[in-house]
Write a protein that binds this ligand. Structure first.
Ligand SMILES: [Mn+2]
Length: 439
């Protein structure tokens, strides 16, 4: 089965490469997250190796209108484009992606859905980019980690084993294991850990109670989680699992402890840990700093420094947004509503809603302005409704976009539809609220 699969992929890869060979002035357009950026850089290098000098740009999304605007270009689309039928009419185009392919799209593509694989779990665009070009193997799974396709299965697993670029170990999968331990534990926002997140005093009490020696005896400086001994690490892991189990967050336990993937020492990378590497790239995308993002993926020292600073700012922005959101909460029938338009950054509204959902235990809807659109985030608890399906349905109904997971989802629509959209959400929540209420 695997042999056959690899044959199909390499046939498509060949077709895509051939089409690129025929391009005179290729324009690479990649998505704005860690997957798009790392895949974009793999592709850029692959195209350069063909003796070409591609231009490269980062997009937040790619629509039919974008395709129409670029119809005289020779496009290489990376981590986007698979739902844009208008690409059929572009002068020349190829796609390396892992999103669902719209029926009728006739552009040469490499995409896990073409081989009967699940593109949400088994391969990302960085994985597929490596399958096509076979270069920069240390970047191949950065995007897959960024798209939270861990633990790796499918093509991701194949690349993990085949590339020889990674080590695997079992540990906390959370971001910040190399930061001072109190800072690390108190700034876990996803998942929000009730009692610990944003609570330095409680974190210190916990460490003392567990008997973890978290200060270096010589320097008196605080150690990082990574610097603790194995017993201490185990104590902390068990404690986090216990807290999550106590609030019945069984899904999150799986997300918190599991396989951790490290890029082997022989590669020069800013972060060995794939999750940390991806977080760095995601921050660049969120704040629209494409040159910094690609610079980091290419291994440029100045870009890495800039990215680290950005990440600090991002944490500060989250803290500020959480404080602001407290004052903006409106209690509505069956859910909490946060109107963050003009006050909370659209790239943070989802994190804010997650935090509120966890602390308040009610469904949370938050909105924020993104240029001329409104971003809607929805976070719910167990068994209420399927947020992903609801957002997808309403996103379409109100001529926007929507989707996501069962408990965390979002949509983006025009401002004028927001009230009607929220009314529909409220109707659904009210119904399910009555259903599950013991009264
Ligand atoms: Mn992706």
């Amino acid at each position: 089965m695997r042999e056959e699969l690899l044959k199909k992929i390499s046939a498509d890869a060949k077709r895509v490469k051939q089409a690129i060979e025929e391009m005179k002035e290729p324009l690479i357009i990649h998505h704005y997250d860690a997957d798009g950026i790392s895949a974009g850089v793999i592709v850029e290098e692959g195209v350069k190796a063909m003796g070409k000098n591609p231009r490269i740009k980062m997009y937040e999304g790619f629509s039919d209108e974008d395709a129409e605007k670029l119809k005289d270009e020779e496009l290489i689309l990376v981590d986007l484009g698979s739902h844009s039928i208008a690409l059929n009419d572009v002068k020349k185009a190829v796609i390396i992606d892992h999103h669902q392919i719209k029926e009728g799209l006739e552009v040469p593509s490499v995409n896990p859905w073409l081989y009967g694989l699940d593109g949400t779990k088994e391969a990302s665009s960085s994985t597929m980019a490596w399958m096509v070009f076979n270069i920069r193997e240390e970047l191949a799974l950065v995007g897959a980690a960024g798209d939270i396709q861990t633990p790796f299965t499918g093509i991701n697993r194949y690349v993990l084993e085949e590339s020889g670029a990674y080590d695997i170990k079992r540990d906390l999968t959370l971001y910040g294991r190399t930061k001072p331990i109190t800072q690390f534990l108190m700034s876990i926002y996803e998942p929000y850990i009730k009692g610990l997140t944003q609570n330095a005093g409680e974190v210190r009490r916990l460490l003392k109670r567990l008997g973890v020696k978290f200060k270096d005896e010589m320097t008196k400086k605080e150690k990082s989680y990574a610097q603790l001994n194995d017993d201490e690490k185990l104590l902390i892991r068990s404690e986090l699992v216990k807290i999550l189990a106590y609030v019945d967050d069984l899904d999150e336990i799986e997300a918190v402890v599991g396989e951790v993937y490290l890029i082997k020492d022989k590669y020069k990378v800013p972060k060995r840990d794939l999750r940390e590497f991806a977080t760095l790239l995601n921050a660049c995308g969120r704040y629209n700093l494409e040159d910094v993002g690609r610079g980091i993926a290419r291994g440029e020292a100045a870009a890495v420094k800039r990215g680290e600073k950005l990440l600090e700012q991002h944490s500060a922005n989250i803290r500020r947004a959480l404080t602001i959101s407290r004052a903006l909460i409106e209690e509505r029938e069956g859910y909490l509503f946060v109107d963050g338009r003009g006050r909370i950054d659209p790239s943070i509204i989802g994190i804010v809603c997650s935090a509120l959902q966890r602390t308040e235990g009610l469904p949370v809807i938050g909105i924020a302005k993104r240029r001329d659109m409104v971003k809607i985030s929805m976070r719910i608890g167990d068994g209420e409704v399927n947020a992903g399906k609801l957002m997808a349905k309403l996103g379409e109904k109100y001529k926007g976009d929507g989707g996501g997971h069962v408990k965390a989802a979002g949509a983006e629509i025009k401002d004028e539809y927001v009230d009607a959209f929220l009314k529909d959400v409220e109707a659904v929540l009210k119904k399910s609220f009555i259903k599950v209420s013991p009264l």
